[in-house]
Write a protein that binds this ligand. Sequence first.
Ligand code: DUC
Ligand code: ZN
Length: 424
Amino acid sequence: MEIPTTKVIDLKGKYLIPGGIDVHTHFNIDVGIAKSVDDFYTGTVAAACGGTTTIIDHMGFGPKGCSLHYQLERYHEFAENNAVIDYGFHGVIQHIDKKILDEIDSMIADGVTSFKGYMTYGYKLSDRDMLELSQKIATAGGLLTVHPENNDMIDYLKNNFASEGKLSPKYHGESRPSRCEGEAVNRMLDITSVTNCPLYIVHLSCSEGLEHIKVAKDMGQKVFAETCPQYLVLDESCYSLPEKEGLKYICSPPIREKRHQEKLWAGIKEGYIQTVATNHCSFNFLEQKIMGKDDFRKCPNGLPGVETRIPLIFSEGVSKERININKFVEVVSTNPAKLFGIYPQKGCIQVGSDADLVVIDPNIRKKISKENLHENTDYTPFEGIEVIGYPVMTISRGEIIVEDNKFMGKKGRGKFLKRKKFSL
Ligand code: DUC
Ligand code: ZN
């Protein structure tokens, strides 16, 4: 018989929280003009070092016309034998036809219970597509997640700026104004009110979108929202940094004017925003982001951030007293687990749960720097920000996998999470 070993850890002066859950990563993604530099090994090592014990990845697009399971199989191959923490996938919807709609049931049976539709980019869905998709997801017991931006507005503005030779990183932000996100959020709220489908807005970046969500939620609609650290701590001035540094911050939706930040924090505090995820989609500055040096449209969109989420939200949220420790745990762990069908296996500390645990020392002060991170990029957009509080130990299913910023787990130890149907 195996003798259980017991290790006593002195947590005096520290917080013990359920492991972080980041429900928005893009590992192994190929965006056509570039491949991300974090795969399921480097990305999950970085996640673990930053206090995250579960990720749910938004699979990238597959070949035109491919089935949902085609892409799911590719992602199982990417993650298996590589991920070091537990993981799940959101289905990605590239087009709508009867075959795709019929496949939703079997995806759910296979543990993929949420699906992402884009309103912009190459595989954007029309309003009619969204109606049919949300109707199907609602009856199948899934959750619809949406990237909301008005594609026509973006196209129009981008073309206008280009014709005037306005191609510096600043015009990335200006071609995707917050009204264009707000409009798309509102449209999705109306569409899903017709089909009665639960809606999850990914990477909410602006007060316009938040206001629409508040109205709908107060009227009883099932709508949930995620924001990301970049929208809470950075502002649009990053696009005007010298030496093309602005390219480092090109992501969609873009980093907004400062006025949005406190609105988003208030949205978290008041419960209109339920999760903070990252949209981690990492490209190197030197060979990849720099492709946009003469034209922002050539810069691959995306920022790294899977490792800095917990430190930034703890520091800017709890240490700076914008939110209390309970709200922090809700948005980085418990709510994501509940929304995405892995609670109480994950997202809480209780008998029978997975013993995914993180220790945070609230007294550590350190400057975020690429040098101390495990993300595979040559920069971090949060360089130089001083945080108060940092994760010092990460435990996954009872095993210590990170201690004092050193990863000591085994490659491939992460397991696929077959998620339950949406039930909130
Ligand atoms: N936004 C990004 O910046 N990158 C990947 C996908 C997305 O929505
Ligand atoms: Zn995304």
